[in-house]
Design a protein around this ligand. Sequence first.
Ligand code: PDD
Length: 276
Amino acid sequence: MNKMLYNQTIMDRSRLIDIEDRGYQFGDGVYEVIGVYDGDFFLLDDHLRRLKRSAEAIQMMLPCPIDTLKDNLKQLVTMNQLKEGVVYLQISRGVAERWHQYPSNVSPVLVAYTKVEETMKEEAKNGAKAIITEDIRWLRCDIKTLNLLPNVMAKQKAVENNAVEAILHREGIITEASASNVFIVKDNCVMTHPANHFILNGITRMKILELCYETGIPVRECAFTIDDLRMADEVFISATKLDIVPIVFVNDHKIGTGDPGEITREIINCFAAAIQ
Ligand code: PDD
């Protein structure tokens, strides 16, 4: 059984969740999913920076300094001998009598555990199907909060339609997907929604933008429509450990030739090299 880290102490899975933990009752907390490749974290500092930002956005204290957290997470991966997978880390505001407003004098509750997870090798090679559905989330999607019900509902719809992801739109503008960011390629230019309150600024997304700048692939952070997506030459999604998956069907509409495109493949190769 994997070991968990609970308020900086290594505990086992038998630890109970308090019924008045605000993460459990209100989704009042933040989380991160951090990739581990060949036993090493990928972009750990970036994930911890985003965690701090998410906590600040909801005026929540972190239970310990980031450097302590970083050391504990490394210890967790070593202890569980995780080679390929993710660390799931969540911090709730803490345990308090159930009133909606932030309680005073509450200590945040931190839980982290390792999960074995492979990258989507088959889909990365051959491409996959996505569906489009309405983005019914709130207006602070930039915060990685524990409130994921709209995302859960969208992903369920994708699965029921034999798709790997649900691509979300707000009044016809593509924002992101239920658990990943969305990119299109048109006339050799890569496009993705700007990092504002409508999307989670993915750590993988930021790495892809950096790789595009480095390799000279033209890239723009701009809004695009459902029609732009359907008419794109290439489409791909990105997220931690999913990495990059080409989307070759959107609903029953074929994207480009129906095979992963050249630019997507180039970015996949650059990304794989960055992980090494
Ligand atoms: N989700 N957008 C949303 C809504 C997400 O939930 C995620 C990741 C991303 C991609 O972010 P990143 O590249 O930092 O993983 C974008 C994680 C993996 C999850 O909830 O399991």
